[in-house]
Design a protein around this ligand. Structure first.
Ligand SMILES: C[S@@+](CC[C@H](N)C(=O)[O-])C[C@H]1O[C@@H](n2cnc3c(N)ncnc32)[C@H](O)[C@@H]1O
Length: 275
């Protein structure tokens, strides 16, 4: 039987994780935000959302609140950012990182936002929907709380685009077959479905931008790709232990010889709420 979403992605229910996994996930979110390729994705998203002084914005699935604080710097003292996440531990981590900017942190589910209709001028939702059962319900909620003419900016991964080079032929395929069915979110195509979802929801001026992230060292890739990260414990892999060890050893060898390569496309899709 297929594992449930919560067993395939630690990000769908972080509060239910062991202390060890919870620490790994928190560190991962912070490290991803610092990664140059994720920062490149975010620059595209900022250009798509175009946050402006005085606006009220929602960061849906805000994690440690890093983007919420970047958005707050853009909207300034006359604006506000509402940062919503359903994880108590991540919301607590966001509060400890707060910099005094105009961010209001709220616990909540992106599928049932505790906000009135037309409450915000725009929404940022980054690498969240792949972890949510009911992504279209979440999108409908984001549209409901956005005023007519406001913008939604969704950022998500297309795990089907993941590719490797430098490791022995065949080994990567065997590992990917395992991790695709057990280890990465069931909605592994979320990124490339975003345009269709926003068009179907009636948004106009829908602009899809694929950003292909490039990783040329194992250390760089491990920040974003869990199957390259040796900190992810063996029990999370659902692969025979020998296969995981062989894979990680081959990654080390490719890194040492300078031939390691990984690519992953993350989509930035924005659209305007009609009315
Ligand atoms: C990969 S993290 C991304 C966090 C943040 N957007 C960023 O880019 O750093 C996914 C986030 O989505 C949150 N999340 C997952 N499902 C959610 C839901 N149904 N409602 C609210 N937050 C959710 C998780 O708690 C986690 O903070």
């Amino acid at each position: 039987m297929e594992p449930a979403q919560k067993d395939r992605t630690p990000f769908s229910d972080i509060d239910a994780l062991s202390a060890q996994m919870s620490e790994i996930v928190l560190d991962a979110i912070v490290a991803m935000g610092r990664h140059p390729e994720i920062q490149r994705v975010r620059r595209v998203a900022f250009d798509s959302l175009r946050p402006a002084t005085g606006q009220r914005l929602l960061d849906a699935g805000s994690g440690t609140g890093e983007v919420a604080r970047l958005l707050a710097a853009r909207v300034g003292a006359s604006g506000e950012v509402v940062a919503v996440d359903h994880s108590t531990s991540l919301t607590a981590a966001a509060l400890t990182r707060h910099d005094g900017s105009n961010v209001r942190y709220m616990l909540g589910d992106v599928r049932a936002l505790d906000l009135p209709d037309n409450a915000v001028d725009g929404v940022w939702c980054e690498r969240v929907l792949q972890h949510v059962e009911g992504a279209d319900q979440a999108i409908a909620e984001m549209i409901r709380v956005t005023r007519p003419g406001g913008r939604l900016c969704l950022v998500d991964t297309d795990w089907d685009s993941l590719g490797f080079d430098g490791m022995p032929a065949g080994l990567g395929d065997a590992v990917l077959a395992h991790v695709r069915s057990h280890f990465i979110p069931r909605q592994q195509d979320m990124g490339r479905t975003l345009r269709r979802r926003l068009v179907a929801a009636g948004l106009s001026r829908v602009s899809p931008t694929p950003v292909t992230c490039l990783f040329t060292t194992p250390a760089s890739a491990a920040v974003v790709l869990p199957m390259v990260n040796p900190r992810v414990p063996a029990e999370s892999w659902a692969t025979p232990p020998g296969l995981r060890d062989e894979w990680l050893a081959s990654i080390d060898a490719a890194g040492a010889s300078g031939t390691f390569l990984a690519v992953l496309t993350i989509w930035v899709v924005a659209g305007t709420v009609p009315g």
